[in-house]
Design a protein around this ligand. Sequence first.
Ligand code: COA
Length: 318
Amino acid sequence: MTYSKILGTGSYLPKKILTNFDLEKMVETTNAWIVERTGIHERHVAADNENAVTMAEQAGRIALEAAGIKPADVGMIIVSSTTPHMVFPSTACLLQEKYKIAGCPAFDLNASACAGFMYAFSIADQYIRTGAIKNALVIGSEVMSRVIDWEDRSTCVLFGDGAGAVVLGASDTPGILSTHLHADGTHKDVLYLPLGSGKSPNLETVKMMGNQLFKLAVNTLGDLFDETLAVNGMQKSDIDWLVPHQANMRIIDAMAKKLNLPMERVAITLDKQGNTSSASIPLALDQAVRDGRIQRGQILMMEGFGGGLAWGSALVKY
Ligand code: COA
């Protein structure tokens, strides 16, 4: 039986950091409010010459190096982004040009923002399991700062920019144990980003009903954990690490409690990076892998949740 395995991870964060104290000068908010309600202290913001492609390129190169895979050997590129540089060509095709590789399938995936990485991860896993490809470069890259209303204090304090990448490769042993994807369009109004008038930039800004979203996230993710564990015949006690989407520390805290995990067993980047939408899961994974907390053989629960609503998980033997 063929499984897919995480061979390498990588990250890119823009140099510019925007702190809560910087935000105090921009909107009516306080560092204390942001820290207490969200857990966020600062976030990275892309420079004018950075975009989803440039950030994905860097994160992808680092992940390929960690995996020991040459760009020419990549069998598929999937980029999850709701803030791509262009509608087309896709970020993934623009990456192919930068990596000087051509021929393999390459596409962007928009699974309504923050759940996107779990969707991309799951698709790559399916292609590898069936033997259609040997390895895949899966990237989440987001420039949320360009779709935020910087005068809306209820959203501008939450988001940040960055890219995270994972290389998946075929393996005789697990690997990714299972992935689970869901969506429910009836909650379309709790988080959305409309298209603009057709003039560039052709997007409006993020609209969110934070409170409702919060409750939906906590309930939905609890059920998702149960489903993921049941399919694998596993118990909560089998999980070594939670690698969650980074939206709000109170949501992450509730998720850790649902899995009976102490916070030391949760990969957290939210405090320093804010919510980087579909980049947040691979960013958190990469950090915990690089600083040695996540070790080979450990069991990871990964989960993402976002607008749509769309949500997904993966149970992974790292
Ligand atoms: N600074 C100070 N006050 C703020 C503020 C800010 N940045 N943003 C909102 N407030 C105010 C509100 O205006 C409101 O004031 P009021 O009581 O006078 O009306 C008060 O704080 C409480 O607002 P509320 O929205 O109920 O706060 P909350 O505890 O729900 O926290 C969020 C708000 C956004 C942090 C929280 O709801 C959240 O994180 N939700 C989930 C977000 C999410 O997951 N998004 C992405 C999904 S991928």
